[in-house]
Design a protein around this ligand. Structure first.
Ligand SMILES: Cc1cc2nc3c(=O)[nH]c(=O)nc-3n(C[C@H](O)[C@H](O)[C@H](O)COP(=O)(O)OP(=O)(O)OC[C@H]3O[C@@H](n4cnc5c(N)ncnc54)[C@H](O)[C@@H]3O)c2cc1C
Length: 373
């Protein structure tokens, strides 16, 4: 039976980042990935500029698009286009990006994690091929995480469903423009992100609204041919436990997904980086738990995500009421500038909303405070 210090389930952004930072610390680890080395992940691939700070030095150069224009279409009735003099968002092709993140790591592809057993001084990890032992097990196995189910961690699942189609085109027009589509579906949004040789067009909404009315939204604003794929996303639903004994969850396995935009790549990599620091210390001091990790995640993401959750409860249902305040040049520009500083600060927006004098926003804020918590 092969023994490792750390076994990581899943080779997405969370698992690969854990692997890279453990490698940097000379900690032996194995990634178990049930898919092949080029996994086709349904994703728009929009990532904030702050991702650079989360990447180890040898991985900072990666293939990406840079967007400096945001165009917003509100149900075909209202639109706005704002250009910044610097990029505010990157765009990646997930298959290539994830492959890049796994560079130089020990990954067993096409091997599926099945189960684990807690032993006295380690943990046995069973896959569909064999059994390993490790000091620590990291669940970075994404939405529907088997590690989270088996360990009863991160139980507050708040699912949305996203649909995405890739439209291949030789000449990409407006390669630096992100398009957002509001009011084409209920309690959700649509997007179009240009990539090297295709557009990623898609939309998402909370599960019950997606099934009732949002499925097929993408066809309303982009009728070009492409295969549409549907995939769930597990959003942050509030603070909860991400560790138990020798087990910890990183990324979407722990519902660490921005509840406003449903972006999960940045929080996946941030949580992964935080976790490796705690694992490093635990191995050095012979500790058998990773409790400190929970606090670090809450300190870094908790308040931001709680504000994002409240803002999402105001923004999506009350959009018809507040649209004139939101879909205007000055608010869009402020949002883009905020995002371009690295990662969107929801705390800043939330404070602005609390102090606003705009009557529609005051009404929405009051109703959310009274009824949505
Ligand atoms: C339509 C759509 C659009 C999106 N757009 C964006 C976006 O623009 N920006 C953004 O930041 N986020 C976006 N997301 C969310 C983002 O894709 C995820 O949150 C992100 O991939 C989470 O990273 P992760 O490493 O935690 O999990 P994942 O990337 O899901 O990786 C988990 C890995 O674990 C493997 N795995 C699972 N179970 C097992 C098992 N039993 N054994 C072995 N391996 C296993 C999987 O094969 C997978 O490779 C989007 C999601 C969807 C569905």
């Amino acid at each position: 039976m092969k023994n490792y210090s750390v076994i990581i389930i899943g080779g997405g952004p969370a698992g690969a980042t854990v692997g890279q930072y453990l490698k940097e610390k000379n900690i032996d680890c194995l990634i178990i990935e049930k898919r092949g080395s080029y996994r086709d992940k349904v994703c728009a691939g929009g990532i904030p500029l702050g991702i650079i700070n989360l990447l180890p030095d040898n991985l900072k150069n990666f293939e990406k698009m840079e967007y400096d224009i945001l165009s917003i279409d509100y149900g075909g009735k209202l639109s706005n286009r704002v250009k910044l003099n610097k990029p505010f968002l990157y765009g990646v092709e997930r298959t290539k990006f994830d492959h890049h993140l796994r560079k130089g790591l020990n990954v067993h592809y096409n091997e599926k994690f099945i189960d684990f057993n807690n032993e006295k001084n380690n943990i046995s990890v069973h896959t569909d091929k064999t059994t390993y032992t490790a000091k620590f097990l990291v669940g970075a196995d994404g939405v529907g995480s088997r590690v989270s189910i088996l360990s009863s961690l991160a139980r507050k699942k708040r699912f949305i469903l996203g649909e995405e189609k890739e439209v291949f085109q030789k000449n990409i027009t407006e390669p630096n423009t992100v398009k957002l589509f509001l009011r084409y579906n209920y309690l959700g949004y649509g997007w179009m992100l240009p990539k090297q040789n295709h557009y990623s067009a898609g939309s998402g909404a909370l599960q019950k609204y997606f099934l009732n009315s949002s499925k097929g939204t993408v066809e309303k604003f982009d009728k070009r041919k492409g295969t549409t794929k549907i995939y769930p996303i597990s959003l942050w639903g509030g603070e909860e436990s991400l560790t138990s004994g020798r087990i910890a969850l990183a990324g979407e396995a722990g519902n660490l997904v921005d509840p406003f935009t449903a972006a999960g790549i940045y929080p996946a990599m941030l949580s992964a980086k935080l976790l490796t620091g705690v694992i490093g210390k635990a191995l050095k001091n012979g500790k058998s738990n990773l409790q400190e990790y929970n606090k670090l995640v809450i300190d870094e993401l908790g308040e931001e995500f709680n504000c994002a959750l409240l803002l999402s409860k105001m923004f999506y249902p009350f959009l018809p009421l507040i649209k004139n305040v939101i879909v205007n040049r000055s608010t869009i520009q402020q949002a883009m500038e905020n995002i371009s500083s690295g990662y969107i600060s929801y705390k800043t927006f939330y404070r602005k909303v609390q102090r606003t004098r705009k009557i529609p926003v005051k009404i929405a804020y009051f109703l959310v405070q009274k009824f949505a918590n």
